[in-house]
Design a protein. Structure first.
Length: 114
């Protein structure tokens, strides 16, 4: 059974930091491209950042210089370090694993107060 379990969300003031984690089980983690997506109320889900099995990263323009995606294949975990948070970063953040199949986590709420 495949599971992607996000953690690390919460309430933070603008300018603060959070680190999201997504622990994967039931997949050969090292072969998957991992991504973080977010969905704010009334908006479409959007890509925040992704990292390939080889470690190549891609970050949305809106988070470049503030967020960093990384992975630890030994721990089957992908991270999203979020610095200089803004109220517009408020959303539910989802983890996604893509390779031969496509899996999503349940999401973790991030709320940034002004």
């Amino acid at each position: 059974q495949v599971q992607l379990v996000e953690s690390g969300g919460g309430l933070v003031q603008a300018g603060g930091s959070l680190r999201l984690s997504c622990a994967a089980s039931g997949i050969i983690f090292s072969t998957y491209t991992m991504g973080w997506y977010r969905q704010a109320p009334g908006k479409q889900r959007e890509l925040v950042a992704s990292i390939t099995s080889g470690g190549s990263t891609n970050h949305a323009d809106s988070v470049k210089g503030r967020f960093t995606i990384s992975r630890d294949n030994a721990k089957n975990t992908v991270y999203l370090q979020m610095n200089s948070l803004k109220p517009e970063d408020t959303a539910v953040y989802y983890c996604r694993a893509v390779w031969s199949r496509d899996y999503w986590g349940q999401g973790t709420q991030v709320t940034v107060s002004s």
